[in-house]
Design a protein around this ligand. Structure first.
Ligand SMILES: Cc1ncc(COP(=O)(O)O)c(C=O)c1O
Length: 381
């Protein structure tokens, strides 16, 4: 990490995380990590720049093959790399799938609280979100299988699943996902499984398409190395299918999708999957340590706040509802000088006003400082 103990923003980074707000605001909002990018990825990119190797990305089998080996080693998932198609990023893959597979105004199931961009993707593809919210059991947010079944029974035929779930960091279990595959098969539902956070898991993760025939017949996975290896600006993602039934539903996907991904992103992906596993394992350990640090800071300084069990990601779902602060995210931004994502961005109807999403992929001193500032606002000291 470049500058762990200074609280002014990183001088050598120019991504939205660092430029969106003034330098005295701690940026704990957008899903980027403060850690340095893995050395093999930096080396690959540097070499490409030196070689002026910056042309169009043509058909590029290597990315699918590298992901195949990674997914097999990490999760025991055998995918067919010839059915991995590149896209500009995961958002573009989702929108293209939705455009190809849905009609005007079509209802698409989501489980809130969920990644805010899901709603803009649905809007862009002229789809209408339908919610089967996660349910809180003890300290764990879980899928509500009866509500999902009810949505399918009511006629919903497309399901945008966030697996692992951003925010809350839940790994949906193999049992839950198997049940979803069964229901999807029964009701002929297309399951779009967004698995971009999967490498950042510290309990076993189950890829949807690894779950046998019912999953293969219903699912399309969208993913990238960009979240786990912190290269969102490189613009490359892909989608994977495992059956002719799903490929028939996606037959309107544009041929040109592949040409709209970046050559740098595609090569970074190969470097990540082939040479970035050591870095990834270190990062996952670091995230677990940071989460424990966040938990202890929150327990000490924000006694009325609540954090939940997490199994993946660096995006904590923090319940500050007990403090009854109006327009919570804006108050935290303007008064505490910390940028977080508003809870209400993660629901359909301004749900979750007492929550914020807090990015803890930074240094421990920054986590401490952010919690201290939020506590000053909430606890008034
Ligand atoms: C669940 C999820 N999907 C997709 C994305 C964005 O992916 P991309 O930048 O490839 O569109 C994010 C970013 O945080 C995310 O959390």
């Amino acid at each position: 990490m470049t500058d762990p103990d200074s609280f002014s923003n990183f001088a050598n980074r120019s991504s939205s995380k660092w430029l969106r707000y003034p330098a005295d605001v701690l940026p704990m909002h957008v899903a980027e990590m403060d850690f340095d990018v893995a050395e093999p990825i930096r080396a690959r990119l540097a070499q490409m720049v030196v070689n002026s190797d910056l042309g169009y990305l043509g058909p590029f089998a290597k990315a699918g093959q590298a992901f195949e080996s990674f997914a097999l080693n990490r999760w025991g998932w055998q995918l067919d790399p010839t059915h991995a198609k590149m896209a500009t990023d995961v958002g573009v893959a989702a929108v293209e799938i939705l455009k190809a597979a849905t009609g005007p105004g079509e209802q698409v199931l989501v489980n809130t609280p969920v990644y805010a961009a899901f709603f803009s993707w649905l809007k862009e593809a002229d789809c209408t979100p339908v919610d089967a919210p996660l349910v809180l059991e003890g300290d764990t947010w879980k899928l509500d299988l009866p509500a999902i079944r009810a949505a399918f029974e009511s006629g919903v035929r497309v399901y945008l699943l966030c697996s692992p779930q951003n925010p809350v960091g839940r790994i949906h279990t193999a049992k839950e996902l198997t049940e979803i595959a069964k229901l999807a098969k029964e009701f002929d539902v297309l399951v779009i499984s967004d698995e971009i956070h999967a490498p950042l898991s510290w309990v076993p993760f189950t890829p949807y398409l690894s779950l046998g025939q019912e999953a293969a017949a219903t699912g399309v996975t969208i993913t990238s190395s960009s979240k786990a290896w912190n290269t969102a600006g490189l613009k490359a993602g892909f989608l994977v299918t495992a059956s002719d039934q799903v490929r028939a539903k996606l037959k309107l996907l544009p041929e040109a999708m592949q040409w709209r991904a970046s050559i740098l992103g595609a090569h970074a992906m190969v470097a990540a999957y082939e040479q970035g596993v050591g870095w990834l394992d270190q990062t996952v350990l670091q995230l677990q340590e940071n989460l424990e640090h966040l938990r202890s800071e929150v327990a000490n300084r924000l006694p009325q706040a609540r954090l939940y069990e997490m199994e993946a990601t660096y995006l904590a779902w923090l319940d500050l509802g007990a403090y009854k602060i109006q327009d919570l995210q804006q108050a935290i931004l303007k008064e505490a000088k910390v940028a977080v994502v508003a809870g209400s961005d993660h629901g359909i109807d301004d749900d979750y006003p007492g929550f914020v999403r807090f990015n803890f992929a930074t240094s421990k001193p920054r986590i401490t400082e952010a919690v201290r500032r939020i506590a000053e606002l909430c606890e008034g000291h």
